[in-house]
Each structure stands twice: as structure tokens, then as C-alpha cells.
Write a protein that binds this ligand. Structure first.
Ligand code: GAP
Length: 513
């Protein structure tokens, strides 16, 4: 099945099983804004807990913060967002559709690269073991022609972005003969900059001075509180401040479900360090964060680093952790060495001294910062898209859809079923839940056949199902059924809690980091 079709199925599944709904759906929805349903909320909270504990619980020098979404407007002048947080836009005059010029060019390059790869794969299949890829790439005329187009456009593209050269972006689109996907025409407007921040008015008077912004990143709330936390917590460098919260961006190319949203959630940690140690800490956090992802067991091969050639206005080194989504490898987290750009600028714009006194070196300085920034919604998407599995049950030939969500993150950990609604089985099932509901989320189900109940739990990723049957009433044992293998075993009812706790333990996961 094509990856695009799988992606559509995942989106439909998320809606059907209460993970994600379109915002204000009864009014036909709001573009690129989503609500999390009953199962989505639990999964999201579990991801948050994993991140929060991995930052603040197991590192004694990382503390938490919950800053307001609204901030003084000068914050965004100091951070560079007012002047530099822009996307280059272009309109097609025939379809009246608006695009990001850089995305149009990137997609064009991706298509050419895919063409080259297709030729290479075809030749590799044809020649088998004797295939010399390097030789093929340097001798095949079609590959050479496409590769030289890629190299030429890429070089011009990087330069145009670096120099903020908007006419050159338009020229590249024209030279590459990129057409509008809707109208098919090359009738383009000029490229112009568009600021991604949402603005609103503070108070009742609509004057220019009252314009404030919805924060486009949570990081600035941490920077403006650096002194408060450092002083009140008597923190010594290196130390970190972690925060989870909403961010807002008026994304133009808002598509691909929750991959690119206009309202989303970030989990960011700013690590304050001595100037000159930034590369050491940058590499440290790159490895640490990759380990955090891989510890979930979704497959090491699904992750890779992408080191940035073009750096954001605040960074001197940056890398993404990319995950293999059904739409390809895409960024899920960024690690940035932000130097003293933010604290230095806040010092300048606020007129307040934002410095650290180093008692060993007996001097003041503005700390440097290494940031880890992960999108909670993208992390959520990586989990659900990796979990979604369609398979045929060998013993019955039946089709089942199972969400292989890492057990520790699953929205519901345990479902308990009475085999029938009589003979005291419902009461026994309820009793098991009453004991375990303080430790983890449980569900009680008595409708339909046991097989159907299993399917419903598979669809929301519940790792364990317990059935109370006639034998339970005789010897106090139950069957436990495992989601992924569908194996069933008989165990004493009073051991259910212990067995499941061991498998879904956040503590064990955190210890593995
Ligand atoms: N403070 C640094 C910062 O905001 P970023 O690369 O712009 O850096 C960090 O964003 C992370 O936030 C990304 O890796 C991504 O996971 C998430 N993110 C960014 N824009 C997003 C959007 N429109 N929708 C969903 N997630 C987004």
C-alpha cells in the first residue's frame, strides 16, 4: 500500500477511536487546528510525563517553569521574531493559491532526487551483485543530467535563502519551470515575506502600542525568567529550565495532519552554560535526546540526525532528530546552540543586567545556551503512525488493526472483561479494577463477544486484557491476553497488578536513559 494511503488510514483511525478530532468540526473545522479526544489526551499526557520526568526528575540541575503565553511585545523584538520570523510567500495568479516559495523549490528538488534514486534502484536490481553504484551515477546520462540540475538549483537556493534574496527565489521557480499544483500554470506573483506570528490587542484601546503576540516558541518565557529562576533556585552553571506549553504560528503550508499546525505544543529545555563550552554540551544533548527517543523501542533505524547548513538567526550550530513518518523522514526535534543571542538581546532591550557571576573565575558574563526543542504533537504523530498495524490473524484468517503503542505510553493499560454478565463475574471484574485504577488507566467492558472486545482494545492500543470466567470463581485465576502476540496465559488474579506494573513502568524506562 502506498505510504500516502497508510497516512490517510492513520488519520481516519485517530478520529474513529477518539485520538484526534478536527477543531470545531460541526462548523466544518478550522484549518490546521486539532483537538485531542479521550484516548489522544491520555497518550499526550503520557508523552509529556516521559519528557518532563526525563528532564526534571532525573537531572537535579534541571528545573521546570510554566510561563504565560502573552509576553511583553518587546520580547519579540529582542528575540528577532518581529524582523526575522518570516516565510517567503508566492501566489499563483490563476488558482489564487498561496505557497511557500522555499517549499515549492524543496519539493521540486525532492522529486528530482527521487527520480535519480529510482534509476539507481532499477539498475541495482538489473545488475544484482555486480552493481557499482558510484560508476552508474557518474556514467548514466539521465542521472548525470538530473544530478547537475539538483546541484545547480540547490546552490542557488541556499545562497538566495542566506541573502534573503526574494527576486532570486522567484527566478529559481521560473527557471525550474515549477507549476502550481492546482492550476498547472506558471503565472506567479513576486515573492514577499510574511511574518508567522499571530497578533492580538491587549485591553480595549486598539492602538499600535497595545499589539501583542501569541508566542511562536515557548523558549522566550524561559529566557526572560532566567534571572528569577537562577536567583531563587540558587542555580549554578550548567543548569537547565524546562517548559511544556502551547505555541502559535500562522503557517501558510499547514497540512499533513498534526505535523504542521497553527496551534501546537512544544517541550523545550534551555541549558545555560559557560561560553566556550557550547560544542561540548551541544553534542552531549544531541546524544541524550536521541537516546530518549530510541528508549521507546520504536526501532533505532527510524531515527536519524540532520545537521543544518542554513542556521536560524539565533544559532551557531543546529541539528534535527528526524523520524521516519509515512510521509518520509521529517523533523521531530531540534537541538540548537543559541550562544548568548537571546539573553544578550534581552539585556540590551530591557536595560537590565542579565549575567552570571562565576565565583571560581571571579567574573560576570552572559551565559550561553544549548536548547532542546521537541514538538509534542509531532512526537504524538510519530508514536501513532509507528503503532498503526494492519495484520491477518494466523489462527482465524481474520483482519485486525492493532495500535502497537509502547506499553508505557498506552492510553489505557488494562481492560477487564467478565465472560458473561452473570454468576458474579461482573462484580469480580469490577473488584479487580477498583484495586488497580489508582495505579493505571483501566477499562471495564461487558458488551459483545470476547473477540470483539479484544479488537476494540487492540484499536486503541491497550497492552493487556483480563478475562474473568467460570474458573476464576473457583480458583481466583484469570486469563491475561497480550496485545502484540495475542498470547493468553492463566495467572492468579492477585498478581495482575504486579505483572502489568512491571511492563508499563515509567521508572524502568527512565532508568534505561
Ligand atoms: N525554540 C526553537 C524552536 O521553536 P523550531 O525548530 O521552530 O525551533 C521546534 O521548533 C519543534 O517544534 C520542531 O522540531 C517541531 O517538532 C515543532 N514544531 C514547529 N513548528 C510546528 C508546527 N507548525 N506544528 C507542529 N509542530 C511544530
Amino acid at each position: 500500500m502506498a505510504q500516502e494511503d497508510i497516512f490517510k488510514k492513520i488519520i481516519a483511525h485517530c478520529k474513529e477511536y477518539g485520538f484526534i478530532f478536527q477543531s470545531s468540526e460541526i462548523y466544518d473545522g478550522l484549518s490546521a487546528v486539532y483537538d485531542y479526544g479521550q484516548n489522544g489526551t491520555e497518550l499526550k499526557n503520557n508523552i509529556k510525563q516521559y519528557w518532563w520526568d526525563a528532564m526534571t526528575k532525573i537531572n537535579e540541575n534541571i528545573v521546570g517553569l510554566d510561563a504565560a503565553i502573552f509576553m511583553h511585545p518587546k520580547t519579540w523584538e529582542a528575540s528577532g521574531h518581529v524582523s526575522a520570523f518570516n516565510d517567503p510567500l508566492i501566489d499563483n495568479k490563476d488558482s489564487k493559491k498561496r505557497y511557500r516559495a522555499d517549499v515549492l523549490i524543496e519539493e521540486y528538488l525532492e522529486k528530482l532526487e527521487a527520480k535519480i534514486q529510482k534509476e539507481v534502484d532499477k539498475a541495482s536490481q538489473h545488475f544484482g551483485k555486480n552493481f557499482d553504484e558510484q560508476k552508474f551515477r557518474t556514467t548514466n546520462q539521465r542521472v548525470i543530467a538530473n544530478q547537475s540540475k539538483v546541484d545547480e538549483i540547490k546552490a542557488r537556493f541556499i545562497q538566495a535563502l542566506e541573502k534573503n534574496n526574494l527576486p532570486e527565489l522567484k527566478k529559481i521557480i521560473e527557471d525550474a519551470e515549477i507549476v502550481c499544483p492546482v492550476s498547472g500554470s506558471k503565472n506567479w506573483t513576486d515573492v514577499r515575506q510574511f511574518n508567522l506570528m499571530f497578533s492580538t490587542q491587549l485591553g480595549s484601546v486598539t492602538e499600535e502600542t497595545n499589539t501583542i503576540y501569541l508566542r511562536p516558541e515557548t523558549a522566550q518565557g524561559i529566557f526572560v525568567n532566567y534571572l528569577n529562576v537562577q536567583k531563587t533556585g540558587r542555580m549554578k552553571l550548567p543548569f537547565g529550565i524546562a517548559q511544556i506549553g502551547k505555541a502559535f504560528r500562522n503557517e501558510i503550508v499547514a497540512r499533513q495532519f498534526i505535523f504542521r499546525m497553527r496551534e501546537f505544543e512544544q517541550m523545550e529545555m534551555q541549558y545555560f552554560i559557560k561560553p566556550g563550552t557550547e560544542m561540548e554540551w551541544y553534542n552531549y544533548w544531541k546524544e541524550k535526546r536521541m537516546k530518549w527517543h530510541k528508549a521507546l523501542g520504536m526501532g533505532d533505524e527510524k531515527y536519524r540526525f540532520h545537521d543544518h547548513d542554513k542556521l536560524a538567526h539565533y544559532a551557531n550550530a543546529a541539528a534535527d532528530i528526524e523520524f521516519q513518518f509515512p510521509i518520509g523522514f521529517r523533523e521531530v526535534e531540534g537541538i540548537h546552540s543559541r550562544t548568548d543571542f537571546d539573553l544578550g538581546n534581552h539585556e540590551k532591550y530591557s536595560g537590565k543586567k542579565i549575567q552570571y557571576f562565576d565565583t571560581e573565575e571571579n567574573r560576570n558574563f552572559v551565559p550561553y545556551v544549548v536548547e532542546t526543542s521537541i514538538g509534542l504533537d509531532r512526537m504524538f504523530l510519530s508514536v501513532v503512525s509507528n503503532a498503526y498495524t494492519e495484520e491477518t490473524v494466523e489462527s482465524t484468517g481474520e483482519q485486525r488493526i492493532v495500535m502497537r503503542i509502547p506499553e508505557v505510553l498506552a492510553p489505557t493499560k488494562l481492560a477487564v472483561f467478565p465472560l458473561t454478565k452473570k454468576d458474579g463475574m461482573p462484580e469480580k471484574a469490577r473488584k479487580i479494577i477498583d484495586e488497580l485504577k489508582f495505579d493505571f488507566n483501566c477499562q471495564y467492558e461487558e458488551k459483545d463477544t470476547i473477540g470483539r472486545r479484544y479488537r476494540r482494545q487492540d484499536a486503541i492500543g491497550t497492552p493487556f486484557c483480563i478475562t474473568v470466567d467460570h474458573q476464576t470463581l473457583k480458583d481466583d485465576t484469570v486469563t491475561i491476553r497480550h496485545r502484540d502476540t495475542m498470547e493468553q496465559e492463566r495467572i492468579p488474579a492477585n498478581e495482575v497488578g504486579k505483572i502489568i506494573t512491571e511492563k508499563v513502568s515509567m521508572k524502568n524506562l527512565l532508568k534505561s536513559l
